[in-house]
Design a protein around this ligand. Structure first.
Ligand code: PLP
Length: 360
């Protein structure tokens, strides 16, 4: 087999090798069924066990209370940009958005199609390199939406934002879900495309309070109502069975690592090592403000676009892939999701040190 290289991609991204190996086994036959995981009916006993286990381990990992539904949807996080306001923004109501990057901007645009929106804060003035410390909310927001980790700009909320009492908190956690303990009870809705920390693209995890599901309008298209998925355990139609299967394996893998607290420690150690180097380097510097730094996506530059390109090329030759920053910010981005191996950061640091010595 071709040797695996270090994959710093922002998503789809690196998955745990153990998960991939187990999936490989089950491609031809899921357990002793003689039918591969991709080929099982979503109504059959074998797949039902996979589906139920994925939900059960997810609940256990994050301590999800019983009054929340755990849903497996399709359409990516981008469909949630629309489903959230379609289901939760009633006539005459206003939804508040914390605009901290390109993804929250996109979420805002979709909400605007459904009703009134209010920008509670934005960090656009400095190209989204920080998380604002204060927000100004509308008088009675239908909900408050924020993006916990800004994949493109490398910033992350260190904790949940303070919101008006009683306002449901909605979070796009696509790029940091399950990277640290998640106090679910503080949220009304948490959604995440799987392709960074949870599994392959094609499945979206939605954790939603049952009270909100009950309030969703009934005149929406069936497939756009949370109620449809909640009532049928995400089996109203054919769900993304393979994605759910892999997510289940990833949940079990996280559990084996010691759960979300242990995962957070490992993530902090890995990203911390890289930030420490960046703070001392004479060639590279981190772009996000210190108190807003992401543990998942570390963005950095040399200060010279041509040198950035040269570094990305050098790193690629050394077997470090996916380091080019998003086109809207340039520079470099090292995505260090849960499954990224520690030794991959050591390999990156070695290449950076050598590059610094030659280009200072
Ligand atoms: C924070 C965040 N939200 C939303 C998205 C869009 O996700 P999807 O491609 O699953 O629609 C991304 C994709 O990178 C993201 O990082």
């Amino acid at each position: 087999m071709t040797q695996r290289i270090y994959n710093f991609s922002a998503g789809p991204a690196v998955l745990p090798v153990e998960v991939l190996e187990e999936a490989r086994e089950n491609l031809l036959s899921l357990g002793t069924t003689g039918i591969g995981i991709l080929e099982h009916s979503h109504r059959g006993k074998a797949y039902m066990a996979v589906h139920e286990e994925a939900e059960a381990v997810c609940r256990e990992l994050a301590g999800i209370p019983d009054d929340y539904d755990v849903l497996f949807l399709q359409g990516g996080a981008s469909l949630q940009f629309s489903m959230v306001p379609m289901n939760l923004l009633g006539p005459g109501q206003t939804a508040d958005y914390l605009v901290t990057g390109a993804w929250s901007q996109k979420a805002l645009v979709e909400a605007r199609r459904c009703g009134n929106v209010h920008i509670a804060c934005t960090s656009e003035d400095r190209n989204f390199n920080y998380i604002p410390k204060t927000c100004t909310f509308s008088s009675r927001p239908a909900y408050v939406h924020f993006t916990s980790n800004n994949t493109i700009f490398g910033t992350e909320f260190q904790t949940e934002p303070e919101t008006p009492t009683g306002a449901p908190l909605v979070c796009d956690a696509s790029s940091d879900i399950f990277s640290r303990p998640l106090p679910v009870a503080k949220y009304a809705v948490i959604y995440a495309g799987a392709q960074k920390n949870l599994g392959p693209s094609g499945v979206t995890l939605v954790i939603i309070h049952k009270e909100l599901v009950a309030r969703c309008p009934k005149d929406l298209a069936t497939m756009l109502q949370y109620r449809t998925y909640a009532a049928e355990h995400s089996l109203y139609n054919t769900p993304p069975t393979f994605g759910i299967y892999i997510m289940g394996l990833v949940f079990k893998w996280i559990k084996k690592q010691g759960g979300l607290q242990a995962i957070e420690r490992a993530n902090r150690e890995r990203a911390g090592k890289l930030y420490r180097y960046l703070d001392e380097s004479r060639r590279f510097r981190a772009t996000a403000e210190r108190d807003s730094r992401s543990q998942m996506n570390v963005t950095f530059v040399t200060g010279d676009a041509a040198l950035d390109d040269k570094f990305v090329g050098t790193a690629k030759k050394a077997g470090l892939d996916g380091l080019k920053g998003h086109r809207s910010v340039g520079g470099m981005r090292a995505s260090l999701y849960n499954a990224f191996p520690k030794v991959g950061v050591d390999a990156l640091l070695e290449v950076m040190r050598e590059f610094e010595a030659q280009n200072c």
